[in-house]
Design a protein around this ligand. Structure first.
Ligand code: HH2
Length: 277
């Protein structure tokens, strides 16, 4: 990653910092700027290589946020943290991406994979993530013939578009949970090597997501199929699956994992780095 001050030969840990009232895991905890900045500083001490600041939840059914409100949420937080750690901005809005970079962010993390021109114009890295549908409808019976093939082809096309636009630091992300069933998510993790083989650094975000609630509750059969009508275990019971899936992704070649549980994942990243030398 070109914007890191100290390049490291292990997977990177991206700490999640949602300055929102409604994010599915940390919503409401860091809506106050002081609390958000304090959590960012804590994540640096815990070993975060990057802090990903977001001002709009993308969870299924989330309400869209106005540009002004998103800016009000994220810009002071980015300005306070960017001198201490590389910061990415998790947004789909061009104006928010531009203002975030002006405040010090060096990576645009775009779940809509459409801001490559903005990233090129302001000279920062770009994460193209795959999603099927929008937060309003994405978990409404998503279907693929071959999820690994379709996501890999989509990411190859979006990454090529970003390179053509002039972005030099292009990342791809399979978008775990964005228009995917539990089984699709597991297939994407199993097939991560195909996405890694595209040659771009791969970011993976499984942290505390619903399929891990099903794993924790024992709702998945041996093939990863979900029993009909089953309920996911609560967020508080998804830590172990989050760490296991992040470690699996790093072992499969992910260049970075996006997580809430920074301290534990940083240990896993150091371990993966040490055994991969
Ligand atoms: N997942 C979320 C948000 N942004 N960005 C990337 N690149 N990859 C992801 O998997 C990803 C992402 C959803 O998680 P979170 O930010 O914790 O929740 P919310 O969208 O409710 O704010």
């Amino acid at each position: 990653m070109t914007h890191l001050a100290h390049p490291v030969s292990r997977p990177l840990v991206m700490g999640i910092l949602n300055v929102t009232p409604d994010s599915f895991f940390d919503g409401g905890r860091y809506i106050d700027h002081e609390a958000a900045i304090a959590r960012g500083r804590e994540m640096i001490l815990e070993g975060a290589d990057i802090v990903d600041v977001g001002g709009e939840s993308s969870r299924p059914g989330a309400q869209p946020v106005s540009e002004d409100e998103e800016l009000r949420r994220v810009i002071p937080v980015i300005a306070a943290l960017a001198s201490a750690v590389p910061v990415s901005i998790d947004t789909t809005k061009p104006a928010v991406a531009r203002a975030a970079v002006a405040a010090g962010a060096t990576l645009v993390n775009d779940v809509s994979a459409s801001l490559e021109e903005v990233a090129a114009e302001v000279g920062v890295g770009f994460v193209a993530m795959h999603r099927l549908g929008t937060p309003a409808d994405m978990q409404n019976d998503p279907r693929y013939d071959d999820v690994v093939k379709e996501v890999t082809e989509y990411l190859a096309a979006r990454a090529a578009r970003a390179l053509e636009a002039g972005v030099t630091d292009v990342w791809v992300d399979p978008g775990i949970g964005f228009g995917k069933t539990a089984r699709h998510n597991l297939e994407l993790l199993a097939g991560l090597g195909e996405i890694v083989a595209l040659g771009y650094p791969v970011l993976v975000g499984t942290s505390r997501k619903t399929f891990l609630g099903h794993l924790a509750a024992g709702n998945l059969d041996a093939a990863g199929t979900l029993a009909p009508g089953s309920r996911a275990a609560p967020l508080s019971e998804r830590f172990e699956g989050s760490l296991a899936s992040a470690t699996f992704a790093m072992t499969k070649g992910a260049a970075a994992v996006r997580v809430h549980d920074v301290a534990a994942t940083a240990q896993a990243a150091r371990l993966v780095g040490a055994v991969s030398q």
